[in-house]
Design a protein around this ligand. Structure first.
Ligand code: 13P
Length: 255
Protein backbone atom coordinates (compact mmCIF):
# COMPACT_ATOMS: atom_id res chain seq x y z
CA UNK A 1 0.00 0.00 0.00
CA UNK A 2 1.55 3.29 -1.12
CA UNK A 3 0.95 6.20 1.26
CA UNK A 4 -0.39 9.18 -0.73
CA UNK A 5 1.88 12.23 -0.88
CA UNK A 6 0.45 15.72 -1.30
CA UNK A 7 3.25 18.14 -2.15
CA UNK A 8 3.11 21.92 -2.53
CA UNK A 9 5.65 23.50 -4.88
CA UNK A 10 5.69 27.20 -4.05
CA UNK A 11 8.05 28.00 -6.96
CA UNK A 12 9.37 31.61 -6.87
CA UNK A 13 6.50 33.05 -4.86
CA UNK A 14 6.26 34.91 -1.59
CA UNK A 15 8.34 36.92 0.83
CA UNK A 16 9.91 35.96 4.12
CA UNK A 17 6.74 36.95 6.00
CA UNK A 18 4.24 35.40 3.60
CA UNK A 19 6.18 32.12 3.38
CA UNK A 20 6.38 31.89 7.16
CA UNK A 21 2.63 32.59 7.44
CA UNK A 22 1.78 30.01 4.78
CA UNK A 23 3.93 27.32 6.42
CA UNK A 24 2.33 28.07 9.81
CA UNK A 25 -1.19 27.95 8.40
CA UNK A 26 -0.50 24.62 6.68
CA UNK A 27 1.06 23.26 9.88
CA UNK A 28 -2.10 24.29 11.75
CA UNK A 29 -4.45 22.72 9.20
CA UNK A 30 -2.59 19.53 8.29
CA UNK A 31 0.02 18.97 10.99
CA UNK A 32 -1.76 15.96 12.48
CA UNK A 33 -3.02 14.39 9.26
CA UNK A 34 -2.32 10.65 9.34
CA UNK A 35 -3.79 9.27 6.15
CA UNK A 36 -1.62 11.21 3.70
CA UNK A 37 1.92 12.54 3.82
CA UNK A 38 2.15 16.29 3.22
CA UNK A 39 5.27 18.10 2.00
CA UNK A 40 5.99 21.75 1.22
CA UNK A 41 8.66 23.04 -1.15
CA UNK A 42 9.32 26.73 -0.35
CA UNK A 43 11.96 28.86 -2.11
CA UNK A 44 15.49 28.32 -0.70
CA UNK A 45 15.76 31.33 1.66
CA UNK A 46 12.47 30.43 3.33
CA UNK A 47 13.52 26.87 4.17
CA UNK A 48 14.73 27.57 7.73
CA UNK A 49 11.60 29.42 8.77
CA UNK A 50 9.36 26.87 7.08
CA UNK A 51 11.29 24.16 8.94
CA UNK A 52 10.61 25.99 12.22
CA UNK A 53 6.91 26.38 11.40
CA UNK A 54 6.36 22.66 10.70
CA UNK A 55 8.66 21.25 13.39
CA UNK A 56 6.91 18.63 15.51
CA UNK A 57 4.20 18.05 12.90
CA UNK A 58 4.02 15.27 10.33
CA UNK A 59 4.69 17.70 7.47
CA UNK A 60 7.87 17.23 5.48
CA UNK A 61 10.11 19.89 3.96
CA UNK A 62 11.47 19.79 0.43
CA UNK A 63 13.59 21.97 -1.85
CA UNK A 64 12.89 22.79 -5.48
CA UNK A 65 16.33 21.98 -6.90
CA UNK A 66 19.92 21.06 -6.00
CA UNK A 67 23.30 21.09 -7.72
CA UNK A 68 24.65 17.75 -8.97
CA UNK A 69 28.08 18.25 -7.37
CA UNK A 70 28.70 17.76 -3.64
CA UNK A 71 30.14 21.28 -3.20
CA UNK A 72 32.49 23.71 -4.88
CA UNK A 73 32.77 26.91 -6.88
CA UNK A 74 29.23 26.98 -8.32
CA UNK A 75 28.02 30.51 -7.62
CA UNK A 76 24.32 30.72 -6.96
CA UNK A 77 23.82 26.97 -6.60
CA UNK A 78 22.84 24.97 -3.51
CA UNK A 79 24.15 21.57 -2.44
CA UNK A 80 22.25 18.52 -1.30
CA UNK A 81 24.10 18.37 1.99
CA UNK A 82 23.19 21.99 2.77
CA UNK A 83 19.53 21.23 2.07
CA UNK A 84 19.70 18.17 4.30
CA UNK A 85 21.20 20.26 7.09
CA UNK A 86 18.12 22.52 6.90
CA UNK A 87 15.88 19.51 7.55
CA UNK A 88 14.85 18.94 3.93
CA UNK A 89 13.64 15.41 3.35
CA UNK A 90 12.70 15.79 -0.34
CA UNK A 91 14.08 17.60 -3.37
CA UNK A 92 12.58 18.07 -6.84
CA UNK A 93 14.73 17.07 -9.80
CA UNK A 94 13.93 17.86 -13.42
CA UNK A 95 10.88 20.07 -12.97
CA UNK A 96 9.79 21.13 -16.45
CA UNK A 97 10.46 24.77 -15.59
CA UNK A 98 14.07 23.85 -14.80
CA UNK A 99 14.33 21.85 -18.01
CA UNK A 100 12.66 24.48 -20.20
CA UNK A 101 13.81 27.78 -18.70
CA UNK A 102 17.20 26.78 -17.30
CA UNK A 103 18.32 24.28 -19.94
CA UNK A 104 18.46 21.29 -17.61
CA UNK A 105 19.21 18.11 -19.59
CA UNK A 106 18.15 14.52 -18.84
CA UNK A 107 21.76 13.79 -17.97
CA UNK A 108 21.90 16.66 -15.45
CA UNK A 109 18.65 15.40 -13.92
CA UNK A 110 20.20 11.96 -13.53
CA UNK A 111 23.20 13.43 -11.73
CA UNK A 112 20.93 15.44 -9.45
CA UNK A 113 19.02 12.31 -8.48
CA UNK A 114 22.27 10.54 -7.60
CA UNK A 115 23.41 13.54 -5.58
CA UNK A 116 20.10 13.75 -3.75
CA UNK A 117 20.33 10.07 -2.78
CA UNK A 118 23.94 10.48 -1.69
CA UNK A 119 22.85 13.46 0.46
CA UNK A 120 20.17 11.42 2.24
CA UNK A 121 17.38 13.27 0.41
CA UNK A 122 14.42 11.69 -1.36
CA UNK A 123 14.38 12.87 -4.97
CA UNK A 124 11.12 13.64 -6.74
CA UNK A 125 11.85 13.01 -10.42
CA UNK A 126 9.56 15.18 -12.55
CA UNK A 127 8.74 14.11 -16.10
CA UNK A 128 6.21 15.22 -18.70
CA UNK A 129 5.69 16.03 -22.34
CA UNK A 130 4.92 19.40 -23.96
CA UNK A 131 1.73 20.01 -25.93
CA UNK A 132 3.71 19.94 -29.21
CA UNK A 133 5.21 16.57 -28.28
CA UNK A 134 1.80 15.18 -27.32
CA UNK A 135 0.17 16.48 -30.50
CA UNK A 136 2.95 14.91 -32.58
CA UNK A 137 2.21 11.56 -30.90
CA UNK A 138 5.56 11.56 -29.08
CA UNK A 139 4.32 12.08 -25.53
CA UNK A 140 4.83 8.53 -24.32
CA UNK A 141 8.29 8.22 -25.87
CA UNK A 142 9.40 11.50 -24.29
CA UNK A 143 8.27 10.39 -20.84
CA UNK A 144 9.85 6.94 -21.28
CA UNK A 145 13.11 8.62 -22.27
CA UNK A 146 13.10 11.00 -19.32
CA UNK A 147 12.49 8.11 -16.92
CA UNK A 148 14.99 5.81 -18.63
CA UNK A 149 17.88 8.27 -18.65
CA UNK A 150 17.29 9.51 -15.11
CA UNK A 151 17.13 6.03 -13.60
CA UNK A 152 19.57 4.06 -15.78
CA UNK A 153 21.92 1.92 -13.73
CA UNK A 154 20.26 2.76 -10.43
CA UNK A 155 20.16 -0.01 -7.87
CA UNK A 156 16.75 -1.30 -6.80
CA UNK A 157 17.74 -0.73 -3.15
CA UNK A 158 17.14 3.02 -3.66
CA UNK A 159 13.70 2.52 -5.18
CA UNK A 160 11.81 3.05 -1.94
CA UNK A 161 13.38 6.50 -1.57
CA UNK A 162 12.34 7.64 -5.04
CA UNK A 163 9.18 9.52 -5.97
CA UNK A 164 8.06 10.17 -9.56
CA UNK A 165 5.88 13.07 -10.65
CA UNK A 166 4.10 13.11 -14.00
CA UNK A 167 3.56 16.76 -14.86
CA UNK A 168 2.45 17.33 -18.46
CA UNK A 169 3.90 20.70 -19.45
CA UNK A 170 0.61 21.71 -21.10
CA UNK A 171 -1.27 21.26 -17.82
CA UNK A 172 1.09 23.29 -15.62
CA UNK A 173 -0.32 26.69 -14.72
CA UNK A 174 -2.78 26.51 -17.63
CA UNK A 175 -6.01 25.79 -15.78
CA UNK A 176 -6.31 22.73 -18.06
CA UNK A 177 -5.45 19.68 -15.96
CA UNK A 178 -5.10 16.26 -17.55
CA UNK A 179 -8.31 14.30 -17.13
CA UNK A 180 -8.01 11.48 -14.60
CA UNK A 181 -8.08 9.00 -17.51
CA UNK A 182 -5.31 10.72 -19.52
CA UNK A 183 -3.14 11.02 -16.41
CA UNK A 184 -3.83 7.40 -15.41
CA UNK A 185 -2.70 6.16 -18.83
CA UNK A 186 0.70 7.81 -18.48
CA UNK A 187 1.02 6.73 -14.85
CA UNK A 188 0.46 3.12 -15.93
CA UNK A 189 3.26 3.41 -18.50
CA UNK A 190 5.60 4.90 -15.90
CA UNK A 191 4.68 2.10 -13.48
CA UNK A 192 5.62 -0.48 -16.14
CA UNK A 193 8.97 1.23 -16.62
CA UNK A 194 9.63 1.27 -12.88
CA UNK A 195 8.84 -2.45 -12.61
CA UNK A 196 11.17 -3.19 -15.51
CA UNK A 197 13.94 -1.17 -13.88
CA UNK A 198 13.61 -2.24 -10.28
CA UNK A 199 11.60 -5.48 -10.34
CA UNK A 200 7.97 -6.14 -9.52
CA UNK A 201 8.12 -5.51 -5.76
CA UNK A 202 10.29 -2.41 -5.62
CA UNK A 203 8.80 -0.96 -8.81
CA UNK A 204 5.35 -1.24 -7.30
CA UNK A 205 6.33 0.64 -4.13
CA UNK A 206 7.39 3.91 -5.77
CA UNK A 207 4.81 6.67 -5.57
CA UNK A 208 3.84 8.41 -8.79
CA UNK A 209 2.33 11.88 -8.28
CA UNK A 210 0.34 13.88 -10.79
CA UNK A 211 0.92 17.64 -11.21
CA UNK A 212 -0.62 20.32 -13.41
CA UNK A 213 -3.54 22.66 -12.53
CA UNK A 214 -4.61 20.61 -9.51
CA UNK A 215 -7.41 22.25 -7.50
CA UNK A 216 -9.62 21.18 -4.59
CA UNK A 217 -12.33 20.49 -7.19
CA UNK A 218 -10.36 18.05 -9.37
CA UNK A 219 -8.09 16.45 -6.73
CA UNK A 220 -10.52 13.70 -5.71
CA UNK A 221 -11.09 12.51 -9.28
CA UNK A 222 -7.37 12.34 -10.00
CA UNK A 223 -6.59 10.54 -6.75
CA UNK A 224 -9.35 8.03 -7.49
CA UNK A 225 -7.13 6.50 -10.19
CA UNK A 226 -5.23 3.43 -9.04
CA UNK A 227 -1.78 4.55 -10.18
CA UNK A 228 -2.08 8.18 -9.00
CA UNK A 229 -0.44 8.12 -5.58
CA UNK A 230 -0.50 11.80 -4.78
CA UNK A 231 -0.35 15.29 -6.22
CA UNK A 232 2.33 17.91 -6.87
CA UNK A 233 0.47 21.19 -6.53
CA UNK A 234 1.68 24.57 -7.76
CA UNK A 235 -0.66 27.58 -7.68
CA UNK A 236 -3.26 26.03 -5.37
CA UNK A 237 -0.57 25.26 -2.77
CA UNK A 238 -0.04 29.01 -2.18
CA UNK A 239 -3.35 29.23 -0.37
CA UNK A 240 -3.49 27.25 2.86
CA UNK A 241 -7.23 26.58 2.60
CA UNK A 242 -6.97 25.26 -0.98
CA UNK A 243 -3.93 23.14 -0.21
CA UNK A 244 -5.60 21.72 2.88
CA UNK A 245 -8.73 20.90 0.89
CA UNK A 246 -6.57 19.04 -1.65
CA UNK A 247 -4.84 17.07 1.11
CA UNK A 248 -8.21 16.19 2.61
CA UNK A 249 -9.39 14.97 -0.78
CA UNK A 250 -6.57 12.42 -0.56
CA UNK A 251 -7.98 11.22 2.75
CA UNK A 252 -11.40 10.81 1.11
CA UNK A 253 -10.01 9.02 -1.95
CA UNK A 254 -8.00 6.48 0.03
CA UNK A 255 -10.34 5.74 2.91
P1 13P B 1 0.23 24.31 -11.13
O1 13P B 1 -0.48 23.49 -10.08
O2 13P B 1 0.26 25.77 -10.83
O3 13P B 1 -0.30 24.00 -12.49
O4 13P B 1 1.76 23.86 -11.11
C1 13P B 1 2.07 22.52 -11.14
C2 13P B 1 3.53 22.33 -10.90
O5 13P B 1 4.34 22.70 -11.72
C3 13P B 1 3.94 21.75 -9.62
O6 13P B 1 5.27 21.43 -9.62
Amino acid sequence: MRQPLIAGNWKMHGTRDSCRALASAIAGDLGTLQEAEVAIFPPYPSLPEAADAIRGTGIALGAQDLHPEAEGAFTGAVSGSLLRSFDCRYVLAGHSERRRLFGETDDAVKRKISRALASDLKPVLCVGESSEQREAGDGEEIVHKQVRIALAGMDSSVATRLVLAYEPVWAIGSGRPATPEVAAEMHALIRDDLRKFFGMTEGSEIRILYGGSVTPENAGGLLGQEEIDGLLVGGASLDAASFSAIARAAVGAYS
